[in-house]
Design a protein around this ligand. Sequence first.
Ligand code: AHG
Ligand code: MN
Ligand code: MN
Length: 335
Amino acid sequence: MPAGRTTLSEYLSQQSAQHLSLHPDLGSLVLEIAKAVQEIALLTSQGALAGVLGSLESQNVQGETQKKLDVLSDEILIQTFRSGNLVAGIASEENDEPLSNPKGGSFLCLFDPLDGSSNIDVNVSVGTIFSILSATPNATLTVGDYLRTGRQQIAAGYAIYGPATMLVFSLGHGTHGFTFDAASGEFILTHPGIQVPADTSEFAINASNERFWEPPVSRYISECKQGKTSVRGRDFNMRWIASMVADVHRILMRGGVFMYPKDTKDPSKPGRLRLMYEANPMTFVVEQAGGLGSTGRQRILDVQPESIHQRIPVILGSKNEVERIEEYHREHDRA
Ligand code: AHG
Ligand code: MN
Ligand code: MN
């Protein structure tokens, strides 16, 4: 290994020496996740050659048609965790109920095995999101064991399968990014101590939902679009990849605000994204990088979950922008 290149396993050893409060097996768990990520990255990179594109007949618990890669990625992660004895319980977007590992373990892992499914068949970046909680040793797991606020995550992160495969995560001591080097088969620390700028001139939202938004969101986006001619006094740029992982990754790299807010499109759903394996872990990495995550009315990490697959409004990214949007919600609610 050339001097100056820190591999993922070297980084994890350094972290456990430096932060004695870290669980001694947390590094091994991250390596287990990295192994699964490499397998998923290989499948996504082979695309049509591996016969992994397209949909299945099946639907997940949320009534969404499953893509082949949703299910394959889910199976890879479950198989990885079940072949070891680190993860006692597994909850995934693709499974109605959590699964337990007969071998037990010190952790619970909640994940979105393949985020951005609508982008798989068109060869646009997708990802894997994970959230780690501690498990009570030797206890029989119930759903209640998973229903803990995002603040209780001991680690969280994501893999992005883009032009480069990257693993970005936080163990609660900053957010750090690793790029997969296919030549050595190693993840290399390429983005230490990521910081999200507090101010931004870039927003990400699915504007086709505009007529369903609440007034504070419409106000914020309208001001951004009016740019220099509005109270903002500067022009804004817009991006929407429709893979949360890719949109949030961009924000970690150069700032911005990502929004999938509450809307009235389907009144039975308080938001599009899922709290436990999308909003919580992505907020954890963004906040560890100096950003902020909010529903507009409450910090995401303080939301008490009521079910594994519950949905939530998400406003995530540069601190001053998220605080501004929260203020617009307060002003609206007061009026
Ligand atoms: P998933 O593919 O895991 O179901 O998640 C898709 C999510 C998220 O990644 C993205 O931000 C959002 O759905 C896109 O929604 P629209 O298609 O409404 O833009
Ligand atoms: Mn997702
Ligand atoms: Mn998914």
